[in-house]
Design a protein. Structure first.
Lengths: 242, 339
């Protein structure tokens, strides 16, 4: 639910959480991104860094340069035009290999969802996702828009570190991993793309708010694109929308 | 020969840190940086370095370094660690010139968990995403994104020289009064019962053995959630006190993830987080709630004190004879609690 007025919550004296709602919802996230965009365009001096998440924006600030009162007044003065932040700036097509040899957890996930592994792949590749936020580790991108039949609870016990470029589902959401990490989510595919790569410029690809779609590729294409990505090439496709 | 520090030995958790990796939190990048920013500032400023350069953060594992190539000036500040140069005992906070071949050892002393060794000049290593700060979990920064180990060589550029005789650093902010740690309640204090908030502020907590650069675990009470323990993930600030499902709080430190999905009952204020960092597992602490205005005033006071700078005075001359005497009287026993 979108709140009538945003809540300004203190995370200590040097960070403010501006919360727009209580759920994972594109309209709430749009308000987060609208405030984020306004702050990135013309932040009052003393704003250090912003972190957009599903339903709130964390503003890290220097309280000796910018008082909380002035910051809250600034936040409340930003009245985005209806629809602002809802329009994605880019659409990404992410190559994604659902080959069972790479989809380490698809069998167990499919069983729990009462679907065939092929159906899991089909459904996963059929949706438009919204990049809501990053978290957990560099380049780990959380996506909303997972088809309802794929909603699966997170594991009680984390699985061992993921392979690079893991494509995961869990907690009713989708996720693209970057570097290997242990996780409570299920690996149902892999992408040859690297959402975080050094020293590639830019090191990160997807901006929060972007639309993401997965394109099914076979194992041979995965290998070819993986080799190109290893050379620093961007193998996902980006279309500018506005 | 160019100047460099050879790591002769390093316990676990000794890393290179600068002021931290900024500007990439939105992409899931941990800021890292020093556990005790005040001590880090004391060391870097006393070494004549800019406050944004890197220093070696010494853990309870301790470290031994050797100056190679040229004489290297260093400054050491942090917890009450035991500092020795070629066996000579020095004050815990000191600046000195390491002659070529000199060996500096910094090991845990009577108190404190972290200590900083800054050099006059800077470590000549590549920055990653604008920073040298080591985050071992995501393997970024420092030396190949990992902790230092025996045999590592740290090249130093823009070398500046220090006086030959050791000096003691007098930095008043390094003395931490034995007072409750100040917190601002929230951002999710409404997720807890009023009994849990009271218990949080009344309990004498103990730092658990499950503590590292990412988080310090607290033991002493179980805090009851009023509205469940899962929230929609949101941003996490330095010093956030997160309470997962088991009701046992975690203070999130320099290596925290930039976002998290557990309710945060309170946030340690900026002026006090360094004091929390210097607690060792088993030591106790309690919390007192303050307003944003009080937290900001404490932050201002600390920053002004640090801006006035540290005083450097000649290191007491009798330390080495005192050291020798203690060696004669009690043999190696003084080292028993270290490392």
């Amino acid at each position: 639910m979108l709140y009538a007025r945003p809540r300004c919550l203190d995370a200590g004296e040097a960070a403010l959480t501006v919360e727009f709602g209580d759920s994972v919802d594109p309209a709430i996230n749009a308000r987060v991104l609208a405030l984020d965009a306004a702050l990135r365009q013309s932040a009052p001096p003393g704003v250090l860094e912003t972190v957009p998440t599903y339903r709130s924006l964390m503003i890290h600030y220097d309280p000796l340069e910018l008082s909380r009162t002035a910051l809250v007044a600034y936040v409340e003065s930003i009245e985005p035009a209806p629809g602002t932040g809802l329009e994605p700036s880019a659409r990404w097509t992410i190559p994604c290999c659902y080959d069972p040899a790479l989809a380490e957890d698809v069998a167990i996930a499919a069983q729990q969802l009462a679907l065939s592994p092929e159906r899991v792949a089909q459904l996963h590749a059929s949706a438009d996702y919204r990049a809501y936020m990053y978290g957990f580790a560099p380049g780990w991108c959380y996506l909303g828009g997972l088809p309802a039949p794929l909603a699966i609870a997170r594991r009680a016990v984390p699985r061992p570190p993921t392979p690079p470029g893991a494509v995961l589902i869990g907690g009713g959401l989708a996720l693209i991993g970057a570097n290997p990490m242990p996780t409570g989510w299920y690996v149902i595919a892999r992408t040859p793309e690297r959402l975080f790569s050094l020293p590639r410029d830019p090191p990160f690809l997807i901006e929060v708010g972007d639309v993401v779609r997965f394109e099914s590729i076979d194992a041979a294409t995965f290998a070819t694109l993986g080799a190109r990505a290893a050379r620093g090439e961007i193998v996902a496709r980006r279309a500018t929308l506005r | 020969m160019s100047a460099r520090l050879l790591v002769r030995s390093a316990g676990p958790g000794v890393t290179l840190q600068d002021a931290g990796r900024r500007g990439h939190l939105r992409f899931g990048v941990t800021p890292a940086g020093p556990m005790d920013a005040g001590a880090f500032a004391a060391a870097t400023v006393a070494a004549g370095a800019r406050p944004d350069v890197a220093a070696i953060e010494v853990s309870l594992g301790g470290v031994e370094l050797e100056a190679q190539g040229e004489a290297i000036s260093v400054a050491i500040a942090g917890g009450a660690f035991e500092v020795r140069c070629d066996g000579r005992k020095l004050p815990s906070a000191c600046a000195l010139r390491l002659e070529q071949g000199a060996r500096l050892s910094v090991r845990p002393g009577p108190a404190g968990a972290w200590c900083y060794i800054a050099v006059g000049g800077c470590f000549d290593l590549p920055k990653v995403l604008g920073s040298l700060a080591t985050h071992t979990r995501s393997q970024l920064g420092g030396l190949d994104g990992r902790a230092l180990r025996a045999g590592d060589v740290l090249p130093i550029a823009h070398l500046s020289t220090a006086p030959a005789s050791p000096q003691q650093i007098l930095a008043p902010w390094l003395a931490r009064p034995d007072a409750p740690v100040r917190v601002v309640l929230g951002p999710q204090d409404d997720y807890f019962t009023s009994r849990a908030i009271k218990s949080f502020l009344a309990t004498t907590w103990r730092v658990s053995a499950r503590s590292d650069r990412m988080a310090y675990g607290l033991e002493g009470a179980t805090l009851e959630h009023g509205k469940g323990h899962d929230i929609v993930s949101d941003g996490v600030a330095l010093g956030a006190i997160q309470v997962p499902g088991d009701g046992r709080p975690l203070v999130l430190m320099a290596d925290r993830q930039p976002t998290g999905g557990y309710p945060k009952i309170a946030n340690v204020i900026g002026a006090d987080i360094g004091a929390v960092a210097q607690l060792r597992p088993g030591q106790s602490l309690s919390f007192a709630a303050v307003s944003i205005e009080e937290a900001t005033a404490a932050r201002r006071a600390l920053r002004e004190t640090i801006a006035k700078g540290a005083q450097l005075v000649a290191a007491p001359g009798d330390l080495s004879s005192e050291f020798l005497l203690s060696q004669n009287l009690i043999g190696g026993v003084s080292d028993a609690g270290g490392g």
